[in-house]
Design a protein around this ligand. Structure first.
Ligand code: ADP
Ligand code: MG
Length: 364
């Protein structure tokens, strides 16, 4: 008997044209999605965007109005949850408070009528996997939040599901513990290799943990890509705005040239089709120009409005002439902070051609 899965047991998930409405609300609007075998995929979006609904469709607790869902080659839409071989972790743990840790973790095995001695061994192994060896006899109300979440996790993996679903599992934990659990969950995924769909509204958590991220808004997938692709080359303004900080400047198209404030823009990035375009400016990609600008720099004249000390870095806010206020983030080393321009000063901001990302409007 083994408790540890291998990637060979993992299954791909295929979602096709899934729609779910509640009255006039389109909780899911014609969603199609492929999760690769063994992949860690995150659904990221604001509250009410349809993340939980999609996860419930995968788990079998919600029946969509239309669409299809396959695990491997098997159609799942009509399968009840207990026949789907899916482990599930909920935000509020959903543990049985009157049972011991062992009682909770062994529950899925008792449901499946696994023989008693085998249950004990598998529970112990699952507890070891989440670093709770020896906690079997404890009552749930004797545990901290982080320990409860580990028990919920052990319960979700004890029956060796081929697919693991997690709905904001860390949101009740404080920040330090959350940061540590993100790394632990990621390591556990590498060890067990289950196809995992993870839900969060926290973009940093999604960037930290995921192989790929599906950004969800109004029941639709706005972009599905790796963390780096999402951050560096968002396909629409919603994604650009939701992930990381950004300011947008209007872009006018003049044939093949893009103009910002009447000046031709230097960019090495692809320019999307259409006339309604914006230049995305991320705080850490803008620099203060002293002396002559580099040949590949786009230069913006601006007036400093605020300077904020943040320990490891500074945030400088500046109004671009005839444009919006942008934020500039930079590292602080030695006495650099003291030499930064103060509010009221005129500065030149540089944006390298490789960092000049142009986004098609719409999607917000
Ligand atoms: P998220 O998990 O991204 O916060 P949900 O999937 O829970 O979003 O909800 C998506 C939308 O569907 C929301 O507008 C929500 O109010 C609505 N919704 C979800 N479940 C129900 C339900 N059982 N009855 C009515 N409306 C629902
Ligand atoms: Mg939710």
């Amino acid at each position: 008997m083994t408790v540890t899965n291998t990637s060979a047991d993992a299954l791909p998930i295929t979602v096709r044209n899934v729609t779910k409405t509640y009255g006039r609300v389109h909780a899911l609007d014609n969603v199609s999605l492929d999760v690769k075998s063994g992949e860690f995929l995150t659904l990221l979006g604001p509250s009410g965007s349809g993340k939980t609904t999609l996860l419930m469709v995968l788990a079998g607790f919600t029946r969509p109005d239309q669409g299809s869902l396959k695990f491997g080659d098997a159609e799942m839409i009509r399968q009840p949850p207990h026949l789907r071989d899916v482990g599930m972790v909920f935000q509020n743990y959903a543990l049985f408070p009157h049972m011991t840790v062992e009682g909770n973790v062994g529950y899925p095995l008792r449901l499946r009528r696994v023989p008693k001695p085998e249950i004990a061994a598998r529970v112990e192994k699952a507890l070891a996997t989440v670093q709770l060896s020896g906690y079997g006899e404890r009552r749930i109300d004797q545990l901290s939040g982080g320990q409860k979440q580990r028990v919920a996790l052990a319960r979700s993996i004890v029956f060796e599901p081929r697919i693991l679903l997690m709905d904001e599992p860390l949101s009740a934990l404080d920040k330090k513990l959350r940061d540590r659990m993100q790394i632990e969950l990621r390591q556990l995924h590498e060890k067990l290799g289950m196809t995992t769909v993870y839900v969060t509204h926290d973009q940093r958590e999604a960037l930290t943990m995921s192989d790929r991220i599906a950004v969800v808004n109004f029941g639709r997938i706005m972009q599905l890509a790796t963390p780096q692709q999402l951050y560096d080359q968002p396909e629409n303004k919603f994604v650009a705005d939701f992930i990381g900080d950004s300011t947008f400047l209007d872009v006018q198209r003049d044939g093949d040239t893009c103009l910002v404030g009447g000046t031709p823009l230097k960019t090495t990035r692809p320019v999307p089709p259409g006339d309604s375009l914006s230049l995305m400016m991320r705080p850490e990609r803008i620099h203060l120009i002293e002396g002559a600008p580099a040949p590949d720099d786009n230069v913006f004249e601006a007036t400093v409005s605020d300077l904020v000390y943040q320990g490891e870095s500074f945030l400088l806010y500046a109004h671009i002439r005839n444009g919006p206020e942008v934020a500039v983030r930079g590292a602080i080393r030695g006495d650099t902070y003291g030499r930064l321009p103060k509010p009221g000063a005129t500065v030149r901001l540089g944006l390298h051609a490789a960092d000049a990302v142009i986004i098609a409007d719409g999607g917000l």
